[in-house]
Structures are given as structure tokens and as C-alpha cells.
Ligand binder design. Structure first.
Ligand code: HEC
Length: 432
């Protein structure tokens, strides 16, 4: 072999075989773990530097190889999202190889990676234009029981506003499993927004469950948050109009905790000056939404059964889809949604092979997905109402159906779509 070629081959082999060091895998680790594993975020301990990671290597190896961390439910081979948190096969392999080779530290590169706070690039540290928060901290009892608390936060502005982005905020992320929240307009000034209750404990105070109903008549927008989820934002002329007067209602699902904790929930609102030309809408398909009666078979899950349901819905208008948000409760096992166009093309939306109630997610597409008029949206959901399902809230399993509520002994088969009417060229807008 000529000497030069030998050198090249030697160098190549040497480079390929060189053990991964911490600094090789750090950018991925910090980006994919540190977003949640950092003080003030949801995860129980920080994972931000070499010491943090090496303290827990066997544990980290386990959660990565089982795919438990980073939590990401959607099948990455099925469809792609801008807020993708999962590890690619290569990333996973590199991290595991590093751990298996005794996790060497190596030398820090000159340009150390900057922690991506996942705040959404649009926000860039910008201060919110309006912060709507619950006023009195709520004490979540440390009785090891999950809880569903509804909060009412009133607002009144001189005029409506164009919304560019929204971001859920709380003083205590670690105790929240997930939150759904809706913005309601209450134009009638004779309705006192501050009157009555400001929180409802939906399990402990069943008599109060409808206390906010009269404020919830005109829903303007609806969304959700899970630990680690980033801000929701709308590019260019997209957005929605924040009403002059009304309430935000947060439905907060707390994890079971052993000691009392205080909780404040709220939302940062980011406005833009230009009026919204491309109104963003949210539609809920399935239980609690449109097409509820068309779920096939009727949405009832007998005890000790694994049962699959389907729903087909024709889209009445041409849409640019920005986000999809599948929703099921504890019995959920798998979920899939796709679109078949009038020209018989299939567009994959989202597939969750192993549903996990704890990681509800708004999936943001990389670019708006065009759904032609007359396309059919297909949803398929499988539920496990046997005692083999470790999350089954009833032991023994009982008959379950949908009351369209968030209560955990209830089930849902729902797909929420966040979209605008299609305009030419939307496919090339960057939502990353
Ligand atoms: C979306 C936020 C999020 C991301 C991203 C994330 N974690 Fe976590 N992690 C959590 C939360 C919340 C918990 C505690 C709740 C739980 O264990 O389910 C946790 C728990 C853990 C645990 C303890 C598991 C147990 O059984 O107690 C380990 C280990 C862990 N994470 C490692 C990682 C690693 C390594 C990464 C990156 C590859 C990562 N996490 C990414 C949110 C996150």
C-alpha cells in the first residue's frame, strides 16, 4: 500500500475508532436532556454538565436504551416535527457507546454549546406583553393523590390584541403533569369576572364543577402544556385575536406528591402590532368535539377488553396545518392520524405507538401541512381496559365511556388541529 494511502486509511480508522468523549456527545445531551433537567424546569435533577451526567450513568443508560427519556411519544419514522425531542438512532448509539466506554471526559472544545432553553426562537428573551396568572398560590396537598384543579384568571384590556405567541408559566413545574387552558371572551360587562370562585377542585368539590360554565360560552382559543413543551407561536401574518375582556380557564393535572406544595399557573402573552391576517383556529375532532357520534364503534370500552375505535372526517376547507394534538387518557394504548386527499395521496399526521398519558404534546410541523379541501382525516385509537394496563385507574376495570371531560375515570378519543386557511406558498414557511 502506498504510504500516503496507508496514512489516510490509518487516520480514518483511528478517527472512527476514537472513543466518544463527553464533549462529543455534550451538544446532544444538553439539548435533549438539559431543556427539562435544569433548575426551575420540570425534571427532578439537573443534567447540564459532565458531573451531572456521570453521577447517574447506569440510570441514564437505562432510560435512554428503553426510550423512556427523553420523553417523546411520536413515531419519528412516521412524521416529522419541529419540536422533536427524541434521540435519533445515531445520537442514541453515540451516547450509549460513550457510557459503555467508561464515559471519558475528553477536552472541552473552544466553542462550548449554548444551552437551548427551548423557549421558541421568536421569543428570544423578549419580555411578555401581558402576564395572566392565578393570584393566590394554591396548596396542592401532599397526600399522594393526583388532582385536577381548574383556575379562572380574568382579564380586561382597552382593546383586542393580535397574538404572536403564548407560553405557559408556573412557579412550580415539577408538580404539574399537564395543563389544558382556554381563552374565553366575555363581552357582557354586566358579568362580574371576579365574582365567585377562582379555583375548583373537580374531584373534591363535585358540586362546584359547573361554576365557570357561564363564563365559558365563547371560546376564542384553546391549548395545552406538558413539562418541557415550548412556547406556541404563529409565524408571519398568522395568529389569533385576544379578546378585550374575558377569562382564561386552566385545567391543571397535578402529579401525586408526598409533601404540600404551592402552585401558581399562568400564561405569558406576546402580542404583535399588525392585525392578524391569517386567523389560526383550533378544532377538536372526536369525543368532546365534532364527529363525536361518528366514532366507530360507539365509544364505550367494556372492562377487560382492548378495543380499537376509528373516526373519519371530511375537511370542508383547504387548510394549512400548524400543530396536531392527539388526546387520550389512561386507557390509551396507541393513536394514529392521517389524511387521504381527494387525489388519493396519504399524508401522515402523527402516530403514537405507545400512548403515555403523562406526555401529552402539541406536535408542531416543520412547515405547514397543506390539507386539500375534501380530504378525509382518519383517526384510529386503541384502548386497554384490562388489568394489565398499569395506568388503569380502576381495579377491577370498569365500564368506561366519554363524558367529554378531563376527569381521569373518563376516556377521550380526540385529535385537535391547529390550522389556518391555506394560502399559496404556505408549504415553504419555516415553523422550526
Ligand atoms: C420533556 C422534559 C424532559 C426531557 C427532555 C428529559 N427528561 Fe428526564 N425526566 C423528566 C421528568 C419530568 C422526570 C421525572 C418524572 C419521571 O420519571 O417520569 C424525568 C426523569 C428522568 C430520570 C429518572 C427516571 C426515573 O425512573 O426516576 C432520568 C434518569 C432521566 N430523566 C434522564 C434523562 C435523560 C438522560 C434525558 C436526555 C436524553 C432526559 N431525561 C430528558 C423530564 C425530561
Amino acid at each position: 500500500m502506498p504510504a500516503r494511502l496507508f496514512t489516510i486509511v490509518f487516520l480514518f480508522t483511528f478517527t472512527a475508532l476514537r472513543a466518544q468523549t463527553y464533549y462529543d456527545v455534550e451538544p446532544v445531551l444538553v439539548r435533549k436532556c438539559g431543556v427539562c433537567h435544569n433548575p426551575g424546569e420540570a425534571a427532578p435533577f439537573p443534567l447540564l454538565n459532565y458531573e451531572d451526567f456521570t453521577k447517574r450513568l447506569p440510570f441514564i443508560k437505562k432510560v435512554i436504551s428503553t426510550g423512556y427519556m427523553p420523553p417523546w411519544q411520536a413515531d419519528t419514522a412516521y412524521s416529522h416535527f419541529a419540536n422533536q425531542r427524541g434521540l435519533t438512532a445515531e445520537e442514541k448509539q453515540a451516547i450509549l457507546a460513550w457510557i459503555d466506554h467508561k464515559a471519558p471526559k475528553g477536552k472541552a472544545p473552544k466553542n462550548a454549546p449554548v444551552l437551548n432553553t427551548n423557549a421558541g426562537k421568536l421569543l428570544n428573551g423578549r419580555a411578555p406583553d401581558l402576564v395572566l396568572k392565578s393570584k393566590i398560590p394554591f396548596t396542592v396537598k401532599g397526600n399522594n393523590k393526583e388532582r385536577f384543579i381548574e383556575y379562572k384568571v380574568p382579564f380586561e384590556l382597552p382593546a383586542g390584541k393580535s397574538v404572536e405567541a403564548i407560553e405557559f408559566v408556573t412557579n412550580n413545574k415539577k408538580i404539574i403533569h399537564h395543563v389544558n387552558y382556554g381563552f374565553y371572551s366575555v363581552a357582557d360587562s354586566s358579568v362580574d369576572l371576579d365574582a365567585g370562585l377562582s379555583t375548583i377542585d373537580t374531584d373534591e368539590e363535585p358540586q362546584n364543577r359547573s361554576a365557570f360554565d357561564q363564563l365559558k360560552r365563547t371560546m376564542v382559543y384553546y391549548t395545552g402544556w406538558i413539562p418541557g413543551a415550548s412556547a406556541e407561536y404563529y409565524p408571519n401574518d398568522f395568529g389569533w385575536t385576544f379578546p378585550k375582556r374575558g377569562v382564561v380557564i386552566f385545567t391543571t393535572h397535578y402529579a401525586p406528591i408526598a409533601a404540600d406544595e404551592q402552585s401558581i399557573v399562568g400564561v405569558n402573552m406576546y402580542f404583535k402590532d399588525a392585525p392578524v391576517k391569517r386567523p389560526v383556529r383550533i378544532i377538536s375532532i372526536g369525543s368532546g368535539g365534532v364527529g363525536e357520534r361518528d366514532i366507530d364503534p360507539i365509544f364505550m370500552i367494556p372492562p377487560d377488553q382492548v378495543k380499537t375505535f376509528e373516526l373519519k372526517m371530511r375537511t370542508p376547507e383547504e387548510q394549512s396545518l400548524l400543530y396536531v394534538w392527539p388526546h387520550m387518557h389512561y386507557l390509551g394504548k396507541s393513536f394514529e392520524a392521517f389524511v387521504v386527499t381527494p387525489g388519493n395521496d396519504t399524508i401522515h399526521l402523527v402516530k403514537i405507538p405507545q400512548w403515555d398519558f403523562r406526555w401529552q404534546e402539541l406536535y408542531r410541523f416543520k412547515k405547514p401541512v397543506k390539507i386539500p379541501r375534501g380530504s378525509v382525516i382518519y383517526m384510529k385509537g386503541t384502548y386497554d381496559n384490562t388489568k394489565d394496563n398499569p395506568f388503569n385507574p380502576s381495579d377491577p376495570p370498569k365500564y368506561v365511556f366519554s363524558k367529554g371531560s378531563m376527569r381521569s375515570d373518563d376516556e377521550m378519543f380526540t385529535l385537535l388541529l391547529i390550522y389556518a386557511q391555506y394560502n399559496l406558498g404556505d408549504e415553504s414557511i419555516d415553523l422550526e
